[in-house]
Design a protein around this ligand. Structure first.
Ligand SMILES: Cc1cc2nc3c(=O)[nH]c(=O)nc-3n(C[C@H](O)[C@H](O)[C@H](O)COP(=O)(O)OP(=O)(O)OC[C@H]3O[C@@H](n4cnc5c(N)ncnc54)[C@H](O)[C@@H]3O)c2cc1C
Length: 312
């Protein structure tokens, strides 16, 4: 392995340093800190949120049960918190199937289904995130089945995977589908390696999904492709479009222009708000981001310094 490879860099970076870099991306080490960040962004900028518990590094059954209990608490809190009484702006919840099994992947649904049922009782929408390609079939099967049984469940497709073009046809009309390039490195036999090509696919697949009646959540920070989505694709069905970004990736001028209608239409803007119950989980989350793009660290550093200068 070459020293400059992203995987090596991610491995060599000490935990405390990763934690320090993680701060902009993670809404703290408690559920309350996550809810506070979601409320802050809603009241200050009108940004919606989807909450994600960073608990996916699971090895033991007790960790699965801890994640289940944390999601139950989160859903109950969202349903009763006076800050989120308006159903239209109540945060949704994103979850990763690997957080719910310490054994076979297929066992995760035993915990996901009761969580989805509880979410319905509390008026909370669920998105089942997409992990590496070992999860693709199960995730689509579960999400589509739950949606067709009347639950507000959406999922994610990764445009880097060649199989995704065929998977589009499995998404029923009315279902929420987040399109992303995909964060998990996949081999050339099954995936694109060129990011621009992945993003072009995001536009093409968004158009296909809208035509089929699905709801499209366009998840990227690339302003060129965001603008193209808003000008070329979203006008066909703006009421079924949403733009989503990760907490901590600074795109405030873009978000302001979006909400002011400067792109010719207004679509909802949602932040993915990860929070942790311990900083070990938060560290694993950021390591994935560094593996994908080592330059992320310098972007974060630059933004932290910019913020400090601005606050002087
Ligand atoms: C809401 C949301 C949910 C997601 N859910 C999933 C999922 O379920 N499964 C999955 O595989 N992937 C998921 N992703 C991750 C996604 O697949 C990409 O890895 C990620 O969005 C980066 O790709 P990009 O399209 O922004 O393009 P890039 O080319 O990677 O980024 C565009 C520009 O944005 C900036 N940027 C991007 N990321 C960062 C960062 N972390 N810090 C600072 N600047 C940054 C850089 O300036 C970069 O030049 C999600 C992304 C979003 C926004």
């Amino acid at each position: 392995m070459k020293l400059e490879s992203p995987a090596m860099l991610a491995k060599l970076t000490p935990g405390p340093l990763v934690r320090w870099f993680a701060r902009p991306y993670v809404a703290g080490g408690t559920m309350e800190s996550g809810l506070e960040v979601a409320h802050d962004r809603l009241s200050r900028f009108g940004a919606l949120a989807t909450m994600d518990l960073l608990g996916e590094e699971v090895h033991e059954t007790f960790e699965v049960l801890r994640n289940v209990a944390a999601y139950e608490r989160l859903i109950d809190a969202l349903g009763s918190d006076p800050r989120f009484q308006d159903l239209a702006t109540r945060p949704s919840v994103s979850l990763k199937p690997s957080a719910f099994t310490a054994g076979e992947n297929a066992e995760a649904i035993e915990h996901i289904e009761p969580i989805v049922k509880r979410a319905k009782e509390h008026g909370v929408a669920i998105t089942i995130d997409m992990e590496d390609r070992d999860w693709t079939d199960l995730t689509i099967d579960w999400a589509v089945d739950l949606f067709e049984r009347g639950y507000d469940v959406g999922t994610v497709l990764q445009t880097r995977l060649h199989r995704t073009e065929a998977d589009l046809a499995r998404i029923p009309a009315g279902m929420r589908l987040r399109l992303v390039i995909g964060i998990y490195p996949e081999p050339e036999e099954v995936a694109l390696t060129d990011k621009r090509a992945m993003k072009q696919r995001m536009l093409d697949y968004a158009a296909t999904l809208l035509e089929a009646g699905a709801r499209v959540e366009f998840g990227t920070h690339d302003e060129e492709f965001l603008e193209r989505f808003l000008r070329e694709v979203a006008p066909h069905a703006p009421e079924r479009c949403e733009i989503q970004m990760l907490l901590g990736v600074p795109r405030r001028p873009f978000a302001r222009k979006l909400m002011a209608g400067e792109f010719g239409l207004v679509v909802p803007f949602r932040l993915y708000v990860p929070f942790a119950l311990s900083w070990d989980d938060a560290t694993a989350y950021l390591r994935r981001r560094v593996k994908e793009s080592p330059s992320v660290m310098w972007l974060v550093l630059r933004n932290i310094f910019k913020a400090q200068r601005a606050s002087k």
